[in-house]
Design a protein around this ligand. Structure first.
Ligand SMILES: Cc1cc2nc3c(=O)[nH]c(=O)nc-3n(C[C@H](O)[C@H](O)[C@H](O)COP(=O)(O)OP(=O)(O)OC[C@H]3O[C@@H](n4cnc5c(N)ncnc54)[C@H](O)[C@@H]3O)c2cc1C
Ligand SMILES: *[C@@H]1O[C@H](CO)[C@@H](O)[C@H](O)[C@H]1NC(C)=O
Ligand SMILES: *[C@@H]1O[C@H](CO)[C@@H](O)[C@H](O)[C@H]1NC(C)=O
Length: 614
């Protein structure tokens, strides 16, 4: 591993200087203490909310994180390592239940674990989704949550430097709209310092098929080819995650306390007319003693869309039938908890390019000369292919851009069986809420600016596909009173026929993309998906290949109670006092985008809502 040696050498010479050695706000003695706010989970949303609340020096904030504080490891900081981090690296290692609607097999669903959460290990892609999808949040009963209300918070989270010169002709810098980007926020958003030449073939292929390139994807007005920025620091081409952007600059504050290696096991309630959250119980490991910390104002859940509902259920707030089945006393029957799970189902499809003249990310592993040169270039001048592991050149096509039969597809979708989870039986609020949601999503899809799926071109023949507007719904529920037992996560990808059909269509669009003269030049290969694969063959590949795009969300939805909601428009948990949720679980419907930019923006808005209530 030559490049590792170079890496270590150069790191100790250069990058390491920036590491903070000690930080006052990093603590391990929260037990028995009282804070104004306790934030549970210090991932993307937890670090945004806890750091923003600590701007007021008169309040004290504790953020408790199950994972550890990182050491600026190369695997986090350097884009090259995306996808190469070992299993369990700042990650929970949870699997789904067997996916019987597909092939009966369980899937790993990676989840970030550490101060920074998912932002430590994610693919760094930065986008938001369509304006209509956020206006739909507003229209399903959450006034104040449309695109216009969120845009200032999207901007507040980031400082966007666009475009770098190397970002290529397709970006059309003159057409980008700087007004939709932040100019002074904590997360550094920019482009890699390298442009793979075959990116041009990608956009040319889309154009051959009549799919246009969007000049400004983050404005939320278009579908088609996108050249997306990353959360990459333009000064040194390192990851600008939540730890770097919200923790490091603020942790010296006396009132901002972060305690890692502490998993919250229960929310403490005082029972009166309504439940009042008073603190949390936590532990440093399954067999460690349970400790407590108290919140005089609020407990704020930011443990992510899988663990926040788990904690509610462990604490007696959730669907009565679920709690009773595991023997948890029902303090508040809230049927929405852990239901309405949404994700962007994703399949990896590999048509690796064989043209020997084209270098790509697969050459990092197969050509040590290429890799060593790329490593040296990265450490020497912060340029070159190591900066550009995630491809910025992707596509988010609408149905209208790829098929003529949109109307009949949408009509079929509304009359197809819902195939809802069994936890929806005898729960009219969940059923009515679902009907409201799919009516809204189908209405979105009737517009040609709404991405139906994503195509993640990696410039090496990888054309992964992910479903952007799913109608399928899954669940995540506890099956044990042990907080260290993983919940049963059942994403139920593609259980709705419409979702399956859109993914088949997307696979057919891949075949059309490969057939273009622009991609034929690169020599695509067909060993995973045969060139002439029938719909049945595509279906088989789809069922065994589809898994997660890591966008778990909507499990503690912000919706009216009568539509199966868990939190109101101010993110307060129904039936409780002093308890809010601020993570991706609160989305009513998942937006058609990678989720981190949305998670930062939503948490920024949440912080302001909480401050306004002070
Ligand atoms: C492998 C991977 C790739 C991704 N790629 C992209 C991408 O390219 N672009 C993009 O936009 N998004 C991407 N995402 C998604 C994005 O990172 C997440 O949507 C985002 O991090 C969600 O923010 P969150 O605050 O809801 O949860 P998280 O960031 O996951 O934070 C939750 C935190 O809570 C902690 N926690 C959980 N339970 C407890 C408990 N009981 N007590 C204490 N702490 C607890 C967790 O350890 C974690 O640190 C990716 C995610 C993954 C996992
Ligand atoms: C990268 O540069 C930023 C300044 O933009 C700095 O804060 C950060 O510490 C640097 N990161 C590394 C790993 O050197
Ligand atoms: C390996 O990479 C080097 C440096 O980029 C290049 O010159 C060479 O042609 C590559 N070898 C193969 C077999 O692709």
């Amino acid at each position: 591993m030559m490049h590792k040696a170079i890496a270590a050498l150069l790191l100790s010479a250069g990058l390491a200087v920036a590491r903070p050695l000690t930080a006052r706000g990093l603590i391990n003695d929260a037990a028995g203490q009282t804070y104004d706010y306790i934030v549970v989970g210090c991932g993307v949303s937890g670090l945004v909310v806890s750091s923003r609340l600590s701007e007021n020096e008169d309040v004290t904030v504790l953020c408790l994180e199950a994972g550890s504080l990182d050491h600026y490891e190369d695997e986090i900081m350097i884009p090259y390592y995306i996808g190469l981090q070992p299993y369990g690296f700042y990650e929970w290692g949870i699997y789904t239940v067997p996916q019987t609607q597909l092939d009966g097999v369980s899937r790993h669903i990676p989840l970030g674990k550490g101060v920074g959460g998912g932002s430590l290990i994610n693919g760094m892609v930065w986008n938001r989704g369509n304006q209509r999808s956020f206006n739909a949040w507003n229209d399903v009963g959450n006034s104040g949550w449309g695109w216009n209300a969120l845009l200032p918070y999207f901007e507040k989270a980031s400082k966007c430097i666009l475009p770098l010169q190397s970002a290529g002709a397709e970006v059309q810098p003159e057409l980008q709209n700087p007004a939709v980007h932040g100019t002074s926020g904590p997360v550094q958003v920019s482009y890699p310092n390298y442009y793979w030449p075959q990116t041009d073939n990608w956009f040319a292929a889309l154009h051959e098929l009549g799919i246009p390139t969007s000049a400004e994807p983050n404005e939320g007005l278009t579908a088609g080819g996108y050249f997306l920025p990353l959360d990459i620091d333009p000064n040194n081409q390192t990851r600008s995650d939540a730890r770097r952007s919200y923790y490091d600059p603020n942790i010296a504050r006396n009132n901002f306390n972060v305690q890692p290696n502490s998993q919250v096991t229960r929310i403490l309630f005082e029972q009166g007319d309504q439940l009042t959250a008073t603190g949390v119980e936590f532990a440093t490991g399954p067999s460690s003693p349970r400790q407590t910390a108290y919140a005089s104002r609020e407990v704020i859940l930011a443990a992510g869309a899988i663990h926040s509902p788990q904690l509610l259920e462990l604490s007696g707030v959730g669907q009565a039938s679920v709690l009773e089945s595991v023997g948890v006393e029902v303090l508040e029957n809230l049927p929405g908890v852990g239901n309405n799970l949404q994700d962007h189902g994703m399949i990896h499809l590999d048509y690796h390019y064989t043209n020997p003249a084209v270098m790509d990310i697969s050459d990092f592993a197969s050509n040590s000369t290429f890799n060593d040169e790329a490593a040296a270039e990265y450490y020497g001048s912060k340029t070159g292919p190591w900066t550009a592991k995630p491809s910025c050149a992707v596509a988010f096509p609408s149905l209208q851009q790829v098929t003529d039969d949109v109307e009949s597809r949408l009509a079929a979708a509304s009359s197809a069986p819902y195939n809802l989870p069994s936890t929806y039986d005898d729960e009219p609020t969940l059923q009515v809420g679902y009907e409201r949601q799919i009516a809204s999503v189908l209405d979105e899809l009737a517009h040609e600016d709404i991405p139906a799926f994503e195509n993640l071109n990696n410039n090496a023949g990888g054309l992964d596909l992910a479903l952007m507007r799913p109608l399928s719904r899954g669940t995540t529920h506890i099956t044990s009173i042990d907080p260290f037992a993983s919940p049963n996560v059942d994403p139920r990808w593609l259980v709705h026929q419409f979702d399956y059909d859109v993914m088949i269509l997307a696979m057919q669009v891949n075949q059309r993309i490969l057939d273009t003269s622009a991609i034929q030049e690169l020599g695509p290969s067909y060993d995973q998906v045969p060139w002439d694969a029938s719909v049945d063959e595509l279906g088989q590949i789809l069922r065994s290949g589809i898994g997660t795009e890591y966008h778990y969300s909507c499990t503690t939805a912000m919706l009216p109670l009568e539509l199966g909601g868990v939190v109101d428009g101010e993110l307060r948990v129904y039936g409780t006092n002093n308890l809010r949720i601020v993570d991706t679980g609160i989305y009513p419907m998942v937006p058609g985008a990678h989720l981190q930019a949305v998670a930062y923006g939503v948490a920024e808005k949440a912080a302001d809502l909480i401050k306004a209530a002070q």
